[in-house]
Design a protein around this ligand. Structure first.
Ligand SMILES: N[C@@H](CCC(=O)N[C@@H](CS)C(=O)NCC(=O)O)C(=O)O
Length: 255
């Protein structure tokens, strides 16, 4: 069974989407990036960049001992190669799909992440940065919109290129984008959103985040002597308590 080190963020959702589509069995290992768990030494051994997602595949196609893999694009490629699914066999089409995976991890993801940061998390509002990243994300949406003109999916058949981009486009409002301005992108967005694997992936992912957030909230309330929240089992509160104050929040966090 594959272990996915996960938090419900766009880069995390890419991998649950792919795992659900392929039918591989997997287990979610929560890494709460809002509370610094990405900086723990055990996770660093798996993900040298201290970021989710990362996987441990106990049975890599090349044999030998379990393989840890970080970077969402590399993980998607690994899962596609392992299963022979979601990457075209034809070499020219395969290269088309890969170009769009690289476009996402090198362009759309980082720019949208900066837009999230400056629009919602920066300690002070910096109009230049907000304008710069919102405009650049809008330009990238235009690029994807053109690519999708006359196509159902980014590389013809549904592929890891679609799984890479969807979770970022899913946060369009947070990036100050209106999908109505990008009709072909909007049509694609609806098609991907309705896939059963997408629905399941998001449900499982959000469950992880909300369960952990509730435990943390209760643990803080307990520590500070506030009234307990009765719907949370006390055993789960105890399990969350050691996490408190471990690392604090990361100001530069990208999600
Ligand atoms: N290039 C990386 C980016 C991964 C990334 O930025 N992950 C975010 C969540 S979406 C994270 O772990 N942030 C933690 C932090 O900033 O400390 C990938 O595609 O996997």
């Amino acid at each position: 069974m594959i272990d996915l080190y996960f938090w419900p963020t766009p880069n995390g959702h890419k991998v649950t989407m792919c795992l659900e589509e392929t039918g591989l069995s997997y287990r979610l290992v929560p890494i709460d990036i809002d509370n610094g768990e990405q900086f723990g030494p055990e996770f660093l051994a798996i993900s040298p960049n201290n970021r989710i997602p990362a996987i441990v595949d106990p049975d890599p196609p090349w044999g030998g001992s379990p393989a840890s893999i970080f970077e969402s694009g590399a993980i998607l490629l690994h899962l596609a190669e392992k299963t022979g699914m979601f990457l075209p066999d034809d070499p020219a089409l395969r290269m088309e799909a890969l170009q769009w995976v690289f476009w996402q991890v090198g362009g759309l993801g980082p720019m949208a992440g900066q837009a999230h940061h400056f629009r919602h998390y920066a300690k002070e509002g910096i109009p230049y940065a907000i304008e710069r990243y919102t405009r650049e994300v809008g330009r990238l949406y235009g690029v994807l919109n053109r690519r999708l003109s006359g196509r159902q999916f980014i590389a013809g058949e549904y592929s890891i290129a679609d799984m890479a981009s969807f979770p970022w486009i899913n946060r369009h409002a947070k990036q100050g984008q209106d999908l109505a301005a990008f009709p072909d992108l909007a049509g694609w967005f609806e098609r991907v959103m309705k896939r059963p694997a997408t629905v399941t992936a998001y449900r499982k992912g959000e469950d992880v985040g909300s369960a952990r957030r509730l435990r943390m909230k209760q643990a803080v309330a307990d520590r500070d002597g506030l009234s307990p929240e009765p719907w949370i089992a006390q055993s789960t509160v105890a399990a969350a308590a050691p996490l408190l104050g471990a690392h604090g929040n990361s100001i530069n966090r990208v999600r």
